[in-house]
Design a protein around this ligand. Structure first.
Ligand SMILES: NC(=O)c1ccc[n+]([C@@H]2O[C@H](COP(=O)([O-])OP(=O)(O)OC[C@H]3O[C@@H](n4cnc5c(N)ncnc54)[C@H](O)[C@@H]3O)[C@@H](O)[C@H]2O)c1
Length: 312
């Protein structure tokens, strides 16, 4: 099969490399507004660089990974659907709930999947926590704790196109909370700009979100843009009779920590393109995670508890 990747930056390179290693993927098509970047990657992977997205649609790939900057996701997903191409898009799919719902409607009308890259769903350690919760290994879960801390912030210029920390970074954890613990009803968040990271002047860099789940349980998501020696993505499940925690997995960056999960996710996408069921995040999961992130953003701004249903 022939699969395309739009956007060959930090994560696009990883997605394309994972696809190129799959036996069922015969050719990876690449494009980027930075043509030299796409060409260099095509050379390394024995792929094909094309001049723009129109050339991608004309080449009729069986699927496309959209891994360009966040602000480009909405038009590119609609263009892929118009071209009849199934999509896996990076998180966040959009920065607004109505845009996310419009993509869901377009995907339904086109009869094509729009899947979203929440790779914790393909990580063995997060998967084990989910299984322990489902099996009530320690009794019913009453507390979930997630910690997410980057060693260093993203490169300068990234923030302006990425959405706030809640939508750009914590959204991974909000999706994981839903995936492990079920629906979220309300959030209370506190965010602060204490690190003073250049390029992030309009955003917080440190945030804690308390989530009230429909099950009655509580979840806490702690996030920091910078700090630890090793990247941290930790989940802890607390039941009445014990706890489970993701094992230590020292890795310098998120790329290293989730390398295996990204590969498993790309293999699942290729299987889905061949007709298999997909067990990762769908457009509806992305909309749900976004609504939690927007509720957290509003909660931090207005200093109050926000019900997720307040977000349209
Ligand atoms: N799943 C994850 O853990 C994860 C991690 C990091 C980033 N992301 C997401 O992936 C996306 C990209 O992030 P990144 O860190 O790789 O950014 P990046 O800046 O390294 O790369 C983005 C690339 O997209 C290209 N681009 C921009 N507009 C384009 C367009 N219209 N058509 C084609 N190419 C275009 C840029 O030239 C650049 O090469 C963002 O949405 C981000 O939120 C996800």
């Amino acid at each position: 099969m022939r699969v395309a990747v739009i956007g060959t930056g930090r994560i696009g390179e990883l997605r394309a490399s994972a696809l190129a290693r799959l036996p069922e993927v015969e050719q990876v098509l690449l494009t980027d507004v930075d043509a030299a970047r796409a060409s260099a990657l095509a050379q390394r992977l024995d792929g094909v660089a094309l001049e723009d997205v129109d050339a991608i649609w004309a080449a009729r790939p069986v699927g496309v990974v959209i891994s360009s900057s966040t602000a480009t996701h909405v038009p590119l997903v609609h263009a892929a659907l118009d071209a009849g191409v199934p999509v896996l898009c990076e998180k966040p799919l959009t920065l607004s709930a109505p845009e996310s719902q419009a993509i869901a409607a377009h995907a339904a009308e086109a009869g094509l999947p729009v899947l979203v890259g929440f790779q914790r769903r393909f990580d063995a350690a997060f998967g084990a926590i989910r299984e322990h919760a489902a099996a009530e290994l320690h009794g019913a879960t009453h507390l979930l704790r997630l910690r997410h801390a980057d060693v260093a912030p993203p490169p300068a210029g990234y923030a302006a196109r990425a959405g706030t920390m809640f939508v750009d970074m914590c959204i991974h954890d909000f999706d994981a909370v839903r995936w492990i613990g079920g629906e979220v009803e309300a959030v209370t968040a506190v965010g602060a700009r204490v690190l003073g990271i250049p390029g992030f002047e309009d955003d917080v860099d440190t945030a804690i979100t308390v989530l009230q789940l429909a099950s009655g349980a509580v979840a806490v998501v702690e996030a920091s843009r910078q700090g630890p020696d090793q990247y941290e993505a930790i989940a802890e499940l607390i039941g009445a009779h014990g706890t489970s925690t993701t094992p230590a997995h020292p890795a310098p960056t998120w790329l290293d920590r989730f390398d295996e999960a990204f590969h498993v996710e790309m293999a699942a996408f290729a299987r889905a393109l061949a007709g298999a069921a997909y067990d990762g995040a769908t457009v509806d999961d992305a909309t749900a995670a976004l609504r939690i992130a927007l509720a957290a953003e509003r909660s931090a701004r207005e200093r109050r508890l926000v019900r997720v249903q307040e977000i349209g």
